[in-house]
Design a protein. Structure first.
Length: 558
């Protein structure tokens, strides 16, 4: 009952791929473990409703980072303190402490992981990224070698050429929401940059519309693509509401997993072949460290016996730092909250969606964008733009009444790296996340240039009449003012990677087959194995990693 060939820890983008692919062989018993619940909530499947899966949603881990020294300080809630003067008398005083701003790190906590709560953009990154992985010594990970796995995963309704797949489980299509504003963005942007109809084709650079992981107007998460169609397989067991504690070893060989059910009862699972850690850039290093795999000093700090000292576990955290400009526009063609929208537009859009699977309910909010260079001498784009059909303040955690539009500017290959460590060895404690945003000066310098490039487009016709009003005005001519805005409001655009990196150096955690160094029967398969951050959104690359790993695992046990 509790013995399996493969135990997969985490039902996110990579974990769902592995469960679907490894269970194709009916002779292999596969167990998939997910801390969250089943993906039944309507907000997962109706695309635009992802905006309602904020920090209070049970489907969102909603982590916060450590205070970021690269961010501005902000005031904390005032407290009263009692102090004594030299005479011994006591006085009550108000203390108004300040602390550097914390970042927000939403992560999916349900079947499909973050692919069930993200903005559904299908972006692979640049050819250069994978060729660079290969140059770092990771055999088999060049662009030409990973392209077959992108194609294997994909069914693209829009493009049929050498760069795209037609028969894969992951459906890729256009957003079924018409908006004059995203057309205006394309028209404005192509005054300065070429138009690109396929960011995942021969060239990434340019301005265009994003492809999305949807099918017939519904979100097509990794769970919808790889897991749901296969849940009736008798050799596939899916445990939801189950928290992984640690991997069990005999010597350096993984033999099982300890986890907790919903009532916090311990469950012991035995593994005949491999334990595969697929809990993401935050979860995977936590599981390894709780299992005794990681930096000895970190393990000792929490009373964990070291099985193997791998100093790179939890290090090399990389994430896309991002800034968004917001512009109020009184138009219900844009997403938002207003009396007119609530009384008229949203009921109409709901009926439209129910009968046609089109309209605003299919919106990814970020429907257009681009990849551009801050300096023409660069070999590849260093900035990504996401044009959005709504006002988005503090990741949507602050509800802004009214309507508007905006644009993200995102640094594609930041130099700043951080780390993920433990708060304690308790499986139910959150990780300690420190991306160290803006710890490298070069990141800020590029973001200042990128902001100007973005605003050049936003200030151009035909967008200009709609962008004159700015939610948080910034002096475009002042580096200092742009920098102050970045430190006050910049944050992640939700692409953490690298904390169990693939490589051959002393800080690597897995080899090119994603096997954890010096251990038997343990692999890490998710975005945490990326040695460097790719130039674009990370969901499609993570699914590719799952596809490639599934083939490697099958070959190992053939």
């Amino acid at each position: 009952m509790n013995e399996f060939d493969y135990i997969i820890l985490g039902a996110g983008s990579a974990g769902c791929v592995l469960a679907g692919r490894l269970s194709e062989n009916p002779n292999h018993k596969v167990c998939l473990i997910e801390a969250g619940s089943k993906d039944k909530d309507v907000r997962i499947h109706v695309p635009a409703l992802f905006a309602y899966m904020g920090p209070t949603s049970k489907m969102n881990w909603a982590f916060e980072t450590e205070p970021q020294k690269g961010f501005a300080k902000e005031k904390l809630p005032a407290t009263e303190v009692v102090v004594a003067d030299p005479t011994g008398q006591t006085h009550t005083m108000k203390d108004e402490p300040e602390e550097h701003r914390k970042g927000y790190q939403p992560r999916g906590k349900t079947l499909g992981g973050s692919s069930s709560i993200n903005a559904m953009l299908y972006v692979r990154g640049h050819r250069w990224d994978y060729d660079y992985w290969s140059k770092l010594g990771n055999s088999g990970w060049s662009y030409d070698e990973v392209l077959p796995y992108f194609k294997k995963a994909e069914h693209n309704e829009l493009v049929d050429d050498d760069f795209h797949g037609q028969n894969g489980p992951l459906n890729v299509t256009a957003v079924e929401n018409r908006s004059k504003y995203k057309d205006y963005f394309i028209e404005a942007g192509t005054k300065f940059y070429k138009e690109n109809q396929d960011f995942n084709g021969a060239e990434q650079e340019g301005i265009g519309y994003y492809h999305t992981t949807q099918k017939q107007g519904r979100r097509w998460s990794a769970a919808a693509a790889y897991l749901t169609p296969n849940l009736d397989r008798p050799n596939l067991t899916v445990l939801t509401d189950t928290q992984v504690d640690r991997i069990i070893f005999e010597g350096n060989k993984a033999t099982g997993v300890d986890c907790f059910d919903e009532q916090k009862n311990i469950i012991h699972l035995k593994c005949r072949r491999e334990v595969i850690v697929s809990s993401g850039a935050f979860g995977s290093p936590q599981i390894l460290m709780r299992s005794g795999i990681g930096p000895t000093e970190e393990l000792n700090r929490h009373g964990i016996d070291t099985i193997f000292n791998i100093p790179g576990v939890g290090k090399n955290l990389q994430d896309h730092i991002d800034y968004i400009t917001n512009h109020p526009v009184n138009d219900t063609d844009l997403l938002g909250f207003s009396f007119k929208s609530l009384l008229y537009r949203q009921p109409f859009e709901l009926l439209k969606y129910l009968f046609t699977r089109k309209g605003q309910m299919t919106s990814t909010v970020a429907e257009a964008g681009g990849f551009i260079k801050t300096d023409e001498s660069l070999e590849i784009p260093d900035i990504q733009l996401h044009f959005v059909l709504a006002k988005i303040i503090d990741h949507g955690r602050t509800i802004a009444f009214g309507h508007g539009l905006g644009c993200h500017v995102c640094l594609l290959r930041p130099k700043s790296t951080g780390e993920v460590t433990l708060i304690s060895k308790d499986a139910f404690d959150s990780p300690k996340i420190d991306p160290k945003f803006f710890s490298e000066r070069e990141d800020m310098d590029i973001m200042i240039k990128g902001y100007r490039k973005m605003m050049q487009i936003m200030d151009a016709e035909p967008l200009r009449p709609f962008t004159r009003k700015v939610q948080d005005p910034v002096d475009i001519n002042s580096d200092a003012d742009i920098e102050a805005a970045m430190r006050a409001r910049a944050d992640t655009v939700y692409h953490p990677v690298g904390t169990c990196k693939m490589g051959t150096d002393d800080m690597s955690v897995v080899n090119h087959e994603l096997k954890v160094h010096a251990l038997e029967n343990v692999r890490v398969v998710d975005a945490s194995i990326m040695p460097t951050l790719v130039g674009g959104n990370t969901n499609a690359p993570t699914i590719m990693i799952g596809e490639k790993a599934a083939d490697m695992i099958k070959s190992s046990w053939a």
